[in-house]
Ligand binder design. Structure first.
Ligand SMILES: Cc1ncc(COP(=O)(O)O)c(C=O)c1O
Length: 388
């Protein structure tokens, strides 16, 4: 994060929206149109579970996605990272096993590390988590893992979208195992092509499987991370304990932000804003994709994302992303080296490029600088190869 915002740097590092895209005018309008009583409510504490009108709006949105939002319960959280934290506090004691994807969202890894869990990363490919690897891990563990944490829609950092086949295979694998599935859907609304929308269907909406799923979502990528607004949907039993944990953490999430978000949804601002974001991010992805195709040397692989914020580059094995990062920093361009997302902090042949926070005109310039550094590293590695 620190290195993503240096002055004059072209940054592919930060996984956040661009400041120029925030709906500042819409939020001005919403706040100014609130009644005095509602404005006063903004400043007040609220129920631990969340502002009831926002919960009703979320419930409607979830039902449209096929989620069981009538039988299961919604807890509004201070960012979805807080939901991940609450769930971890609820289920994990020191030394307990948590399964994650490898690579995995670094914020979740930090939470799991804070609770001193033993994290086991399972590899992913372009279709989702590697089912054979997952089965093997589950069958060899002496103690069952507490949960598996995944991001099936527009993965951070890998950018992939799970196929339906892989979603079903995963649910079949977990059926009857007592392993809870944490489904993090922070990016699911950010598909680039509306025809892909059905592919983002949450696993929690597949009702035929015997798997306990906790679904988490966030307003950070569809409104602004400064709102610190997230939510989780879980069975009533899990919800009850989660509510007690949240009560002790921060009593309630900001009423101010919840009220603004609820009006943003209910007054019809969210739908056109999402269309706007999809177009903006899709354009940025296109420019990045074209620039990578044009400038990167052969041997670098990536999967073109269908949504979200990220392109994940796979370098040839002889190259180190950390070493490339150091040289790139000197040349004025930064990204996040793949190690950051590896639970073992070892894998050094990948790097994450985020296009969400990039002014469009800087993308190609950044790729040219990055490509030059990669080409230099390739040249050096070839020399080294022939000398040994
Ligand atoms: C996969 C994923 N989940 C959750 C979050 C955190 O979201 P929030 O800002 O709601 O805590 C992020 C933020 O980058 C993310 O990439």
């Amino acid at each position: 994060m620190k290195q993503s915002s240096g002055k004059g740097l072209i940054s592919f590092a930060g996984g956040m929206p661009n400041n120029d895209l925030f709906p500042v005018k819409q939020i001005d309008k919403i706040y100014n149109s609130l009644s005095d009583d509602t404005k006063k409510l903004c400043f007040q504490y609220g129920p631990t579970t969340g502002y009831p009108p926002l919960i009703r709006s979320l419930q409607k949105m979830m039902l449209k996605k096929g989620l069981p939002a009538k039988t299961d319960k919604i807890l509004v959280t201070t960012g979805s990272l807080q939901a991940i934290s609450i769930i971890t506090q609820e289920f994990v004691n020191e030394g307990d096993i948590i399964l994650t994807e490898n690579p995995c969202f670094v914020g979740a890894l930090s939470v799991f590390e804070t609770y001193r869990a033993k994290i086991i990363g399972i590899p992913i490919d372009e279709e989702g988590i590697d089912i054979d690897a997952l089965r093997k891990v589950i069958s060899t563990l002496k103690r069952p893992p507490k949960f598996l944490y995944i991001t099936p829609n527009f993965h951070n950092p890998a950018g992939i979208l799970y196929t339906e086949k892989r979603r079903r295979a995963l649910l079949e694998t977990l059926s009857g195992t007592d392993i809870i599935l944490i489904e993090d859907d922070a990016y699911g609304d950010l598909y680039f092509d509306v025809n892909d929308k059905p592919l983002t269907r949450p696993l929690k909406s597949y009702h035929a499987y015997d798997v306990e799923i906790i679904y988490t979502g966030s307003f950070s990528k569809i409104l602004g991370p400064g709102f610190r607004l997230g939510y989780m949907l879980s069975s009533p039993e899990i919800f009850e304990k989660a509510e007690t944990i949240k009560q002790a953490l921060d009593a309630c999430t900001s009423n101010f932000m919840q009220i603004l978000a609820q009006h943003f949804i209910d007054e019809g601002y969210l739908t056109p804003y999402l269309d706007f974001l999809r177009k903006e991010y899709s354009e940025r992805k296109e420019i990045l994709q074209r620039s990578l195709e044009e400038h990167l040397p052969d041997g670098i692989r990536w999967i073109e994302p269908k949504g979200g914020f990220y392109i994940w580059l796979r370098l040839p094995n002889e190259l180190s992303a950390s070493a490339i990062f150091k040289d790139c920093l000197e040349k004025g361009v930064v990204f996040v080296a793949g190690k950051t997302f590896d639970p073992e902090n070892e894998e050094d042949h990948n790097l994450r490029l985020s296009f969400s926070n990039m002014p469009k005109k800087e993308i190609e310039k950044g790729v040219v600088l990055l490509s030059k550094v990669i080409k230099n590293h390739l040249k050096v590695s070839m020399l080294y190869d022939t000398n040994t």
